[in-house]
Design a binder for this molecule. Structure first.
Ligand SMILES: Nc1ncnc2c1ncn2[C@@H]1O[C@H](COP(=O)(O)OP(=O)(O)O)[C@@H](O)[C@H]1O
Ligand SMILES: [Mg+2]
Length: 237
């Protein structure tokens, strides 16, 4: 299948000749070079490349955390570059969930409170927030850990909390930047399998970047990245 075979209805995002340059004391370093790719809806896309290849730079633009230096990005059919900062923040909280390598949870809150946190921006009652959080925590296998503090659970369980937190707002897209880099290999496999299961159960879309080839699911889509050059053949590994 070629990239062109994806039409707008089954596409979440498109990158067209996207360039990202960082200013390094007056010298421009090009971290992403003319990236053109398509992120399909309702599946997991893996972005695979070594450390420093530009994975986080790519994901930050996809997640509206950073803007390209040139090129076009559309997300859910909308031109990302036309959004101001407030519109981008609003779009992010409605449509995008994030999962990070270092979990980025709030230590003073309980497991359930961490998952409720992104719902504070949504018009819901306390009870609705609590019920939603409990629903997604049960889905990731943590229904018996609702009132635990983060220092009372393992790294793998913390990443499960982060997955529930990403799912709780029912986003269209979940972006995971090296979600297993701080976990041992068995737990890493479990977390990837959980994300595959969650993608299926909640029909959301995931983009997961990793430098670990072993984690790439054989039936998922794969985008390679090397020295800022993306290769999206639209094919599976
Ligand atoms: N804010 C920044 N300023 C300057 N250079 C950066 C910045 N962020 C990343 N880079 C550089 O861009 C390249 C790609 O980085 P990154 O996207 O973080 O790669 P990866 O996530 O694949 O490890 C690296 O050479 C990195 O040093
Ligand atoms: Mg990175």
């Amino acid at each position: 299948m070629t990239t062109n075979a994806y039409n707008t209805s089954n596409t979440i995002a498109t990158f067209n000749n996207v360039v990202k340059k960082y200013d390094m004391d007056g010298y421009a370093f090009t971290a992403i070079k003319n990236a053109t790719c398509t992120i399909p809806k309702g599946e997991i896309t893996f972005v695979y490349g070594p450390s420093g290849s530009g994975k986080s730079t790519f994901l930050n633009m996809l997640g509206l955390l950073d803007k390209p230096s040139a090129g076009e990005i559309t997300l859910l059919g909308q031109n990302v570059l036309a959004m101001n900062d407030n519109q981008a923040a609003d779009f992010r909280s409605k449509h995008i969930g994030f999962i990070f390598q270092s979990f980025n949870l709030i230590p003073v809150l309980s497991v359930r409170e961490n998952v409720e946190f992104p719902l504070l921006r949504h018009p819901l009652s306390r009870r609705e927030r609590k019920e939603k959080a409990e629903h997604y925590l049960a889905a990731v296998g943590l229904k018996d850990y609702l009132n635990r503090r983060l220092n009372e659970i393992s790294g793998g369980q913390r990443q499960r909390v982060a997955i529930a937190r990403a799912l709780v707002t029912t986003p269209t897209l979940i972006i995971a930047d090296e979600p297993t880099a701080n976990l041992d290999s068995t737990t890493s496999d479990e977390i990837i399998h959980l994300m595959l299961a969650m993608q299926h159960q909640f029909d959301t879309s995931f983009v997961i970047c990793t430098h670990n080839e072993k984690l790439i699911n054989k039936s998922s889509r794969l985008i390679h990245i090397m020295d800022g050059i993306l290769t999206d053949t639209g094919e599976r590994p």
